[in-house]
Design a protein around this ligand. Structure first.
Ligand code: TRP
Length: 359
């Protein structure tokens, strides 16, 4: 059997550069590697509703935004299947059976869930659907027999949970499901790109995100007002790299060729950092360089987005076809699951015979 990818995002907002360096960029590379037999990219609207029950409109509005971000980033609908989670009801049926293989205490120990409960101030009023979303995520992955799940580092506990469910299922009912592996960024910085204010996480509510859909001017404004070193006041002052968002972003986006192209007086990022820490290099100069570097990466994405925005009917068709095809695959897996669990009574000659003999 060939290698299969399944991954996705919750459509609660437009995708930002944290999503891009954390996973999206890698997905495009994997797509172009030709190594995968099938690639499924899912817009996880049902999962988004687990903590947005009161805001279905937000989820509904962002489905197309996320689809546009995918296509803009370079996912190619000829090579990948993009679909909408809620349009594949087989996924929820799988979850219902997987729920019996997971304990409440195991879910409570899931670090991502734990963390999200704190971030969302759920305290004791955690929606049951939200609490169990790691199980639903295992359904998403296993329904497609995915071997490979490119995700951000925060999703590792979800993949671990899915692997446990697979092992437990296969042990209990027979080998049906495939154990997936996560693929996360190699670059440490890309695993957790901070917001433009230098705080830990990029989040819409903090207003510290750079979106893939930002215009060139929006990008420039955001980069020029990024958090640096508050003690680096005069150009001659020695600057600190610690927690300095501009250098963190350079670590994530800068490639050696960017120096020849935009800042030829330095030969490498190390040389630039050295000058900054020694003193004599101003923030504005570094920010202008960062803008040039990021714009180099984001301009083609922005252009593809503008082109796709004129082709919305085609995108609707892509999502509709993608969802129908995804449903076929998920239905096949669900049949295998139910066969293994022996709850396919009307196709089960043995069960029918037993009933006849019992009377
Ligand atoms: N939890 C992922 C996110 O927060 C979205 C998602 C849902 C997902 N199902 C998945 C990712 C299956 C990978 C595999 O964006």
């Amino acid at each position: 059997m060939g290698k299969i990818i399944l991954t996705g995002d919750r459509p609660t907002g437009r995708l930002h550069v944290g999503h891009y360096v954390g996973s999206l960029k890698r997905r495009v590379e994997l797509q172009n590697s030709g190594e995968f037999e099938k690639i499924y990219i899912m817009i996880a609207d049902a999962q988004a509703l687990t903590d947005n029950a009161d805001h279905p409109e937000k989820v509904r509005q962002n489905i197309m935004q996320v689809a546009l971000d995918y296509l803009a980033a370079g996912l190619d609908p000829e090579k990948v299947n993009i679909f909408i989670q809620s349009q594949v009801p087989e996924l929820t049926e799988l979850s219902f059976y997987y729920m019996n293989l997971v304990t409440v205490s195991r879910l409570q120990r899931n670090p991502t869930v734990k963390n999200e409960i704190i971030m969302r101030n759920f305290e004791t009023s955690i929606p049951v659907g939200f609490f169990t979303y790691p199980i639903s995520q295992a359904s998403d992955i296993t329904a497609f027999k995915a071997t490979t799940v490119p995700v951000g580092e925060d999703q590792l506990p979800m993949i671990e949970q899915a692997r446990e469910i697979v092992r437990k299922f296969n042990q209990t009912y027979g080998e049906v499901l495939v154990e997936p592996e996560a693929v996360i960024p190699e670059n440490e910085i890309c695993k957790r790109l901070p917001g433009t204010d230098g705080t830990a996480k990029m989040s819409k509510s903090l207003g510290n995100c750079i979106y893939l859909s930002d215009t060139e001017e929006e990008l420039r404004t955001k980069v020029m007002s990024m958090y640096t070193d508050p003690n680096h006041i005069k150009v001659t002052d020695p600057g600190s790299l610690e927690g300095n968002a501009v250098f963190t972003y350079l670590d994530a986006f800068c490639r050696p060729e960017h120096f020849a192209k935009f800042l030829p007086e330095y030969e490498s990022l190390d040389a630039l950092k050295e000058h900054y820490t020694r003193g004599g290099l101003g923030d504005v100069k570094v920010k202008k360089f960062l803008f040039a570097v990021m714009n180099d990466e984001l301009a083609p994405i922005r252009e593809r987005r503008l082109a796709w925005e004129k082709r919305i009917p085609e995108i609707i068709e892509i999502l509709k076809k993608g969802s129908a095809e995804a449903e076929k695959v998920a239905a096949q897996t669900l049949t295998e699951v139910k066969n293994a669990m022996k709850i396919n009574y009307f196709e089960d000659e043995e069960w029918i015979r037993e009933q006849l003999n019992a009377t």
